[in-house]
Write a protein that binds this ligand. Structure first.
Ligand code: ATP
Ligand code: MG
Length: 149
């Protein structure tokens, strides 16, 4: 556990570069024009982002882009991971952060244990932040992480 000041833009750029090489997908960064400083635990933040990008990759078609947006909003930094994938039916959205919970159809498309998002939520909350999802079946999903600066 090493909490110190980082430039969020650098962490995001590094993680996105890893994910691009690993997945061969188009992953874009938006809002990186302004330097955003965060006091954070580098490893936890990296794990959060890698999990969310991994999901965006797994649950969207290979020809669709994934976008990470970062911006400041009051005393928070907001990180959004947006995909144009299969989406999550409304009735499942409140449960995907539970351990081992997977939306049925996802099983056919890609493997997984259903633990990723529960770990992400725990990490985000340990950092004093919040995570939420907006999604529409057949259109895509946006996960929003807010962290205190
Ligand atoms: P693991 O992350 O442990 O490898 P997983 O991806 O199935 O497995 P979670 O990351 O916890 O588990 O996600 C839970 C479920 O939420 C997924 O199985 C999938 O049904 C749904 N889900 C998560 N992210 C997305 C997304 N971006 N688009 C559509 N469905 C998603
Ligand atoms: Mg996952």
């Amino acid at each position: 556990l090493k909490i110190q000041y980082y430039v969020l833009n650098d962490i995001v750029a590094e993680v996105v570069e890893m994910a691009r090489q690993h997945s061969n997908r188009l992953i874009k960064i938006e809002g990186g024009n302004n330097i955003i400083e965060v006091k954070t635990d580098y490893n936890r933040l990296k794990q959060i982002l890698l999990n969310l990008i991994d999901n965006a990759v797994k649950y969207s078609p290979a020809n669709q882009p994934i976008t990470l947006s970062i911006f400041r909003q009051g005393s928070e930094v907001i990180i959004q991971i947006c995909d144009r994938g299969y989406g999550i039916p409304l009735q499942h959205q409140s449960r995907i952060f539970e351990r081992f919970y997977r939306v049925d159809e996802a099983r056919n498309r890609a493997g997984g244990t259903g633990l990723g998002l529960s770990i992400v939520k725990t990490l985000v909350e340990q950092m004093g932040g919040n995570i939420s999802v907006r999604s529409k079946q057949g259109e895509g999903s946006t996960f929003t992480v807010s962290l205190p600066v």
